[in-house]
Design a protein around this ligand. Structure first.
Ligand SMILES: NC(=O)c1ccc[n+]([C@@H]2O[C@H](COP(=O)([O-])OP(=O)(O)OC[C@H]3O[C@@H](n4cnc5c(N)ncnc54)[C@H](OP(=O)(O)O)[C@@H]3O)[C@@H](O)[C@H]2O)c1
Length: 312
């Protein structure tokens, strides 16, 4: 089968298309015939050796995590109610390939009315947004949220979950994303390339910060006393948070199939819409990673896997 792999950590030049044997289906695991796999910033961070949790810390390494596909084979003692032929989605290591090995307990049924491309775009960004906006911030009517990077993978779901729970939402974004965000009912979009958000919005209950650094430093002053900044990358400046009389929360998403099923149900009934902006064939994974790393995706890029030739 074809797999998008690196043999050394580093830049775009490390990304190769390799012919490799099918993953072995060991006990408790399932082989999934991948139909689509979405690009997340963590995929190029892993390639560059910036962030390498266990499972993504050794080469050769097949890149990619979010996927959708069809169950091709079920390993021994998997204790799963899934069957061969079931349409599934979720997260696993090595999804940029024609087949991926997935722990049986990590599978979720793909929403029936969604195509594979749309389903693959959901897991990591939606789980992050759900656990940040709903579980951590407790979004509810009367609350005001500023979502930085609002048209990105996480931001687009964060805006929609906060709105769904009745909160008012403000956003930072660049021009290509304005129309999309207006459609979501954002109260005020601040153009981060030409405006200073701290001069445009204030009295926030929650700031969702997927950028850190200077964006974090400028965000403390726009929070209400007792407000909360949820940081997705880097460190929290605890002194700055204390001085501003607000809370800084370092956030880490955990993969949770129950949360993903709940999100899938919202997407299935049209209450939340994934934001896919580009679809490329698996062979163009390197370019897809570059587009995201250079800030040119303005939404989700999904890799489509031409299948049927690899043979299970
Ligand atoms: N802690 C965790 O568990 C966790 C989980 C998932 C993701 N993350 C991290 O969260 C970050 C965002 O992930 P993502 O999937 O949403 O990325 P993404 O899809 O690449 O989106 C990033 C967005 O940031 C916007 N942006 C760039 N510079 C900006 C600035 N100065 N001010 C405001 N917005 C700016 C861009 O908006 P425009 O397109 O409008 O220009 C872009 O859409 C990444 O660093 C990722 O690694 C952390």
């Amino acid at each position: 089968m074809k797999a998008i792999r690196i043999h050394e950590f580093g830049g775009p030049d490390q990304v190769r298309i390799d012919d490799v044997p099918l993953p072995r289906v060991t006990a408790g695991k399932v082989l999934v015939h991948v139909h689509a796999a979405a690009v997340n910033p963590v995929d190029w961070m892993i390639r560059e050796h910036i962030y390498n949790p266990a499972g993504a810390d050794r080469v050769p390494l097949t890149l990619g995590q979010d996927f959708s596909g069809v169950v091709a084979k079920i390993g021994a003692r998997s204790g799963t109610s899934f069957h061969e032929g079931d349409e599934v989605f979720g997260e696993t290591w090595g999804s940029f390939a024609e087949y991926a090995r997935v722990p049986a307990s990590d599978l979720v049924h793909k929403p029936k009315n969604l195509d594979f491309v749309t389903a693959a775009s959901i897991p990591m960004p939606s789980l992050t947004a759900w656990q940040a906006v709903v579980d951590t911030a407790g979004a509810r009517p009367g609350m005001r949220f500023l979502v930085h990077g609002a048209s990105g993978g996480v931001g687009a779901f964060a805006v929609q979950f906060a709105k769904l729970k009745g909160a008012e939402v403000f956003a930072t974004a660049s021009a290509p994303s304005f129309e999309y965000l207006r459609g979501l009912g954002v109260s005020r979009i601040v153009d981060y390339q030409h405006e200073r958000f701290e001069q445009e919005v204030h009295d926030m209950d929650v700031v969702l910060d997927p950028l850190g650094g200077d964006v974090q430093a400028r965000s403390w002053s726009i929070l209400k006393p007792g407000g909360m900044l949820i940081n997705l990358v880097g460190e929290i400046d605890d002194d700055a948070a204390r001085q501003a009389g607000v809370r800084g929360v370092m956030f880490g998403m955990r993969y949770d199939t129950e949360d993903l099923r709940e999100i899938a149900a919202l997407v299935e009934r049209g209450a939340v819409k994934p934001h896919v902006t580009q679809v490329l064939p698996l062979e163009r994974a390197r370019e897809a990673l570059d587009l995201n790393q250079q800030g040119r995706s303005h939404g989700k890029i999904v890799l489509e896997v031409a299948w049927g030739e690899a043979g299970a």
